[in-house]
Design a protein around this ligand. Sequence first.
Ligand SMILES: NC(=O)c1ccc[n+]([C@@H]2O[C@H](COP(=O)([O-])OP(=O)(O)OC[C@H]3O[C@@H](n4cnc5c(N)ncnc54)[C@H](OP(=O)(O)O)[C@@H]3O)[C@@H](O)[C@H]2O)c1
Length: 316
Amino acid sequence: MTLRTDIASSELGDGTVDIAVSYSAVNYKDALALQGFPGVVRTSPLIPGIDAVGTVTSCTDGPFTAGDSVILTGWGYGEQRHGGLATNLRANPEHLISLPPELSPGQAATIGTAGFTAALAVAKLQGAGVTPDSSNLPIAVTGAAGAVGSCAVYLLAEAGFEVTAITGRSEEEDYLRSLGAHSVVSRQEILTLAGKPLAKEQFAGVLDQAGGTLLATVLSMLAADGVAVASGLAGGSDLPTTVMPFILRGVNLLGVNSVSQPLTAREEAWGLWARHATRFPWDSVTNMISLSEARETAATVIAGATRGRVVVDVNA
Ligand SMILES: NC(=O)c1ccc[n+]([C@@H]2O[C@H](COP(=O)([O-])OP(=O)(O)OC[C@H]3O[C@@H](n4cnc5c(N)ncnc54)[C@H](OP(=O)(O)O)[C@@H]3O)[C@@H](O)[C@H]2O)c1
């Protein structure tokens, strides 16, 4: 992989909106792409980066004019077509969201795909009938100190839920409590229950970033009619469970895919984050790096060792 500084406009691909990128991010998916893991990059050569926040420089077809601030997440950018880890990006107008005036470009990049996914997951939980009043039990969040997990802990707590943050890093307890977690439980402790078809009912729901044995174990700990919202695979893409949580406790397993959500879902989620602009602890969640640091940081992301969001200032 090379860091090129000579990409011509003609190489940026199809699309009618040219954007001067300010910020991108190293999402888990970007980290896999940057480290050369298979499964994310579908064409070569490719500029990675599933997120971008920037300023429109030209729009030959669409509702934008030069100078507009826009957000792009998902839609296959950084996977099937050039993404945001560059100073210039070409996009389709229907893939862009106007930057809410309450958010700065850097704040929008802190939210990015992670915050969008967390907002979708919380909405899915609530849509399935789980509310702060529907149970005395807390909602668990796995991968809590990561990017999606941090945003999920914050949004759940702000929505009035009692939150149990499940983390592999006990040193992040203060951080997780500052986001709104009521309790912090170690991943290792949860995994001592692995393999049991059913365990004691401890959670009304879970927003899961891990998959694998951790999700399977938390499924066995959900109360009757509990809801699991799966959005990640940081712990594995397998799911070694039994049907017991589903047929004996009526547990529901739902999924979230942030990549191709319609505009209405995007505007709703970004509107939610805009309303939190003055409250969200931006500094503690944001790790700002330069473009040249993205590749080495990707290894840290894959190791599960970064806290919150890795935002890339592509002009630094
Ligand atoms: N469905 C979607 O649309 C969507 C959107 C965004 C992301 N994702 C997926 O969601 C997952 C999390 O993304 P992210 O951006 O939050 O990544 P991230 O910042 O790297 O966070 C992942 C977190 O998972 C935990 N973790 C690491 N290794 C683990 C293991 N072996 N078992 C269990 N947990 C482990 C760690 O948190 P702790 O140290 O706190 O345990 C880590 O910080 C990734 O799989 C990503 O691809 C999906």
